[in-house]
Every structure is written in structure tokens, then in C-alpha cells.
Design a protein around this ligand. Structure first.
Ligand SMILES: O=C(O)c1ccccc1NCC(=O)[C@H](O)[C@H](O)COP(=O)(O)O
Length: 207
């Protein structure tokens, strides 16, 4: 079976419509102020309503407060949360939604450090392995050394620099539970490219 697909960082209805036509499983909305794909909560709510039940909506945050998380979840009603900072695991669980934790492979120098990080966030529904460092954010189109995930037994989401041209190779090497992409399907940050979205989906579904 091919991995599930998550496209992240939508800012426009037209791009969402193209992704829905491709039957992408998860669509990500980013509520991080510094992100070039960042939305305010009112815009995120509009886009969430536009998606409806046609895909699962992932709300991505980074070091948001407990108050913000409660308010945003209540207003936007995502299906799940994705945490990209160094949030306290208790805070991640507090909202009561399933949650994914981005694992900053750029900040974790060896297998022992990775394992320590996974132990800390053991309550996550999925770990999402990404290339960023502890203090930097994701969504930069940079890959990490995939061989670091050889032998990972738990189902996980692979992210960081995936592209239509590289995703099949990554899947053949690792067989992740899902693949996640932002930059690799864009014309510019937050502006998706319909041709690259289709090429990515085709590449994944041919594996
Ligand atoms: O995309 C952002 O601007 C961003 C900002 C802050 C935290 C996370 C962010 N993006 C995460 C993602 O879009 C993906 O989950 C992942 O990092 C893959 O991104 P890419 O390497 O661009 O494919």
C-alpha cells in the first residue's frame, strides 16, 4: 500500500481545491507568525470550512500557549494538531485531539538523541521526522539523511525536502506511513503549483 499523503502550508482556496481533486489525505494549515505560509486564526477557520470533510485538517503550531491552542482548536476545529516546537508533551495532549510531533533531525546528532526525543513525546499519535534544528522552523525544502531512519519500527511521517522527483526513492528506502511536503509542490512559499502537486501524488501512488 502507498503511504498516505499530507500537503502542508495552504493559504488559498484554489490550491485546496486542486489538492482535494487529487484525494490528498491530510491538508496542513500553519498558525506560526514567522512562517511565509502562516495564517491568522480567522483565515485558517475559513480555509478549514472550505475543506469540510473532504480531507483531514492538520493545524500546525510552534510553541503556542495553552490559551492559544484552546482558542484556535475551538474556532478552527482541526482533525489533529502538529507541533513544531519544544512544547511540553502534557500541553500537546491537553486539547484532546490526536497530535503529531515534528522530530527535529537537524538538532539530534545521533540515534540515542533521537530515541530520547521519541521517549519524551511517546504520547504522539505519529512522529513526523523533519530536517530542521531545534530553534529553526520547518518548511525549508531541505532533506536529512534518510538512512538515519533505517530500522525505525513505529509507523511515522517522513518530511523535509521531499519533491515529486525524490519521493518515490524515499518511499522505496523507508516505507513510511505517510509523506509530508510543503516547498516541493510550490511556485513560491504558500502558493502551490498544481502540476507539481499532481506529479507528487502520481509518484507516491506508483510506489
Ligand atoms: O512551512 C513553514 O513555514 C513552517 C513554519 C514553522 C514550522 C513548520 C513549518 N512547516 C512545516 C511543513 O510544512 C512540513 O511539515 C515540513 O516541514 C516539510 O516542509 P518542506 O521541507 O518544505 O517540504
Amino acid at each position: 500500500m502507498s503511504p498516505r499523503i499530507k500537503f502542508c502550508g495552504f493559504t488559498r482556496e484554489v490550491d485546496i481545491d486542486a489538492a482535494l481533486e487529487l484525494r490528498v489525505d491530510y491538508l496542513g494549515l500553519i498558525l506560526v507568525r514567522e512562517s511565509p505560509r502562516g495564517l491568522d486564526w480567522a483565515r485558517a477557520r475559513q480555509l478549514r470550512q472550505h475543506i469540510g470533510q473532504q480531507a483531514r485538517v492538520v493545524l500546525l503550531t510552534r510553541n503556542a500557549s495553552s490559551c492559544e491552542l484552546l482558542e484556535w482548536s475551538d474556532a478552527i476545529k482541526p482533525d489533529l494538531l502538529q507541533f513544531h516546537g519544544d512544547e511540553d508533551p502534557a500541553l500537546c495532549a491537553q486539547i484532546g485531539l490526536p497530535w503529531w510531533k515534528a522530530v527535529p533531525m537537524g538538532a539530534l546528532s545521533d540515534a540515542q538523541a533521537v530515541q530520547g526525543y521519541l521517549d519524551r513525546y511517546h504520547g504522539a499519535e505519529r512522529w513526523l521526522f523533519d530536517s530542521h534544528g531545534q530553534q529553526s522552523q520547518g518548511g525549508r525544502g531541505v532533506a536529512f539523511d534518510w538512512s538515519r531512519l533505517h530500522g525505525m519500527a513505529a509507523p511515522y511521517v517522513l518530511a523535509g525536502g521531499l519533491k515529486p522527483e525524490t519521493v518515490a526513492g524515499a518511499i522505496q528506502q523507508l516505507r513510511p506511513w505517510a509523506v509530508d511536503v510543503a516547498s516541493g509542490i510550490e511556485q513560491a512559499p504558500g502558493i502551490k503549483d498544481p502540476v507539481r502537486m499532481r506529479a507528487f501524488v502520481d509518484a507516491v501512488r506508483q510506489t
